[in-house]
Design a binder for this molecule. Structure first.
Ligand code: HEM
Ligand SMILES: Nc1nc2c(c(=O)[nH]1)N[C@H]1C(S)=C(S)[C@@H](COP(=O)(O)O)O[C@H]1N2
Ligand SMILES: [Mo]
Length: 355
């Protein structure tokens, strides 16, 4: 390295490097959560690509960050023990590693991942990383500077964004060239498991829910002050939808689902009562698990009693489950016990289920 560069590196590799790492990490955290929220293929493609770029872009700043770290190590009498900083570095490396493993197709679960899918581990590590990052950054506050909005800073930021996109593109190219399983994943990053073969499709619960022990044979349809008890047999209709169940656990399966469209169910049983124009449909499981969807989406939603020509299994939501095309798996409420048209908007609920 030329003396000129050596003299300059420490000075250059400082605040901007740290801000770049902070920005990319927060962007990765944000797009990661968004990736779990979006199900429509168009937006999902962009969110997931941005997530990969933000995460992998961190690697670009490693050479600069190592200068910052070495410089800090040379300072005598460091006031803070750097244990937190090293914990953060370790967590960040593991988060990146598990993200890349999943994307490449090494999805687990393995004994080494405590029997968890690699993607679950990734999310857990990411949360721990972000907590450690906030703690780390709090003690090292930076005031905004006038030069932060200069042409130079904007150019540097653009270069970082372009570099991050290039690393992500190179990664995707590599997966395709090597024919790695990751080349086959859906735009959400999910891998195919059990398409047209529900028996081979994983049975998953969001968080703490469990397959109910008792079966039920009717669904309550409620709204506008009325409650109708509809036998499940009446819901085994001939409306068919071909749609992908895409779990945030990192797998998807396409099935032909059959049952009765929700708009027809509502028209038949609540057709003559006044329903809120801009209301929503609350779909409640026997377990208490619930999701609220916009009433205007009713024609796209299906109460399904069968998949691939066979009745649903207990694990997959028998006797009846919701099919919500274009939405992630956690919207597809299993073991539906009650459908209620409510006045509240569908956004007035936790963005992710709580059980
Ligand atoms: C500090 C936070 C995070 C970092 C640094 C990070 C980093 C990464 C990296 C490097 C990849 C591999 C991308 C690729 O190879 O193209 C990845 C994939 C992934 N991450 Fe994260 N991540 C973070 C947080 C999250 C969170 C909070 C979630 C979800 C709640 C999440 C969900 C995913 C998913 C679904 C994939 C697979 C995407 C694909 O297959 O292209 N990540 N992450
Ligand atoms: N009642 C209930 N329904 C649920 C869940 C749950 O935990 N409880 N999990 C959801 C999630 S996260 C997914 S991915 C799908 C999984 O459906 P499957 O087990 O038939 O594959 O069900 C959804 N419906
Ligand atoms: Mo899921």
């Amino acid at each position: 390295m030329s003396p000129f560069l050596r003299a300059r590196l420490p000075e250059r590799a400082g605040r901007r490097t740290n801000l770049g790492l902070l920005g990319l990490s927060l962007a990765a955290g944000g797009t990661g959560v968004l990736a779990f929220g979006v199900g429509a293929p168009g937006p999902a493609r962009w969110v997931v690509a941005a997530h990969g770029a933000a995460g992998l872009g961190l690697l670009l700043l490693v050479p600069w960050k190592s200068v910052v770290v070495r410089r800090a190590a040379r300072r005598p009498l460091v006031a803070r023990a750097p244990v937190g900083a090293w914990a953060l570095a370790g967590l960040a490396v593991l988060t990146l590693l598990t993200g890349v493993l999943h994307s490449a197709g090494a999805t687990g679960p393995w004994p080494a991942t405590a029997g968890l899918p690699v993607l679950h581990l990734h999310v857990g590590l990411a949360v721990a990383t972000l907590v450690a990052l906030v703690a780390h950054a709090r003690g090292r506050r930076q005031r905004p500077r006038r030069t932060d909005l200069s042409r130079r800073s904007l150019l540097r930021t653009s270069a970082l964004v372009a570099g991050a996109a290039a690393v992500w593109g190179a990664g995707e190219g590599l997966l395709r060239l090597t024919g790695a399983p990751g080349a086959e994943r859906r735009v959400t990053g999910s891998f195919e498991r059990g398409t047209d073969d529900p028996a081979a499709m994983p049975v998953t619960q969001w968080f703490t829910d469990a397959v109910p022990a008792v079966d039920h044979d009717a669904v309550a349809i409620a709204g506008g002050g009325r409650v109708v008890r509809v036998p499940v047999a009446d819901l085994a209709g001939d409306d068919a939808v071909r749609a992908a169940l895409d779990c945030t656990g990192g797998w998807y399966a396409v099935q032909t689902w059959r049952g009765t469209r929700l708009d027809r169910v509502l028209a038949q049983h609540l057709g003559d009562v006044r329903l809120p124009d801009d209301g929503s449909i609350e779909v409640v499981s026997v377990t208490g698990y619930r999701r609220r969807l916009p009433l205007r989406d009713a024609a796209d939603l299906l109460l399904a009693t069968s998949a691939a020509g066979r009745p649903l299994s207990a694990g997959h939501g028998a006797p009846v489950r919701l099919v919500a095309p274009g939405r992630r798996g956690f919207w597809w409420v299993k073991w539906v016990a009650r459908i209620e048209v409510v006045d509240a908007p569908s956004w007035a609920q936790p963005p992710f289920p709580l059980q």
